[in-house]
Design a protein around this ligand. Sequence first.
Ligand code: KG4
Ligand code: ZN
Length: 345
Amino acid sequence: MRILGIETSCDETSAAIVEGTGDDVVQRSLVILSQDVHRVFGGVVPEIASRAHLSAIVPVVEGALRDADTSLGGVDAVAVTNAPGLVGALLVGVSYAKALAFAAGKPLVGVHHMEGHLFATSLEHADAVPPFTALLVSGGHTLIVDCEAWGEYRVLGSTRDDAAGEAFDKVAKLLGLPYPGGRHIERLAADGDPTRFRFTRPMLRRNQTPADDDYFDVSFSGLKTALLLAVRESVNLERDRADLARGFQDALVETLAEKTARAARLYHRDRVVLGGGVACNAALVQAVRARLEATGGRVFAPTPRLATDNAAMIARAGLFHAERGERAGWDLNAFATMPLPGLRP
Ligand code: KG4
Ligand code: ZN
């Protein structure tokens, strides 16, 4: 099967072609156009994102088809992110995908953006397939998921407030760094002294048990406030900036790594798959590795291109659903929020 994937849920206009069957799937092309315009506003402006998708979608899709040496006639289905995300942004991809599929007489498949992130790493690592524990950390979501098989998910933990990427971006702003701030914090933290600022690890206590409802959940708003207070108290922010970044990153990373390791342990998974933009963070990947590899587990992290929003992961998840004969109707709609499909109790 050859699938055209389209992703417009936030501030990346992306299209890709993947091809294969079962878990034997390769990426034929991937075009990602990142909307830089939001930088000046310090965050994504939804209306501007929709307009930018509108002007980019046609050349981006044409580019993906051309790079894969194919045409619309040569694909077996069109897969598109229809939730969750910015509704106006999603609508551009959904409307365009519908029009393409209808005009070419191809099936249409709607894909949940976070299910796309679950599939992304498998395009780069053949063993990043179920059963596994997943840590999905992006600007909008933080999920710890047990994945028994493709299409069978159990959400074990999530954030009670800010997503991990959102926490990085907000703390970056406090430290006077550009948006999006995750990679700037990571770079600063590398030179920071880990002993100067030690922040409380959120929702992480030694005596927690799986029966506690915060055993897997995370929360970053308290950590953000602690950072804010430390910034206010600093008499020389220039001097303290790297140490503060380090203190923040260490607290966040240790929390996520420990919660992920708990999930893998409880469900006896020896594979852990990371996904989402924050999975670009080498300190996070290293911390998860250190915990899992100590007990013989393996950790798979995507390269930055597939960690951040992209259409290859949407095409890959779409291929799975298309193979199962799932089709979206022409009334497929965009939704700001939606639970992952295939949820197990
Ligand atoms: O998955 P993604 O591209 O978009 C969403 O679906 O939200 O994730 C973007 C997030 C931003 O918050 C950004 O600051 C964060 O990923 N990010 C990082 C790093 N690179 C990107 N966070 C920490 N360390 C990084 N190296
Ligand atoms: Zn995403």
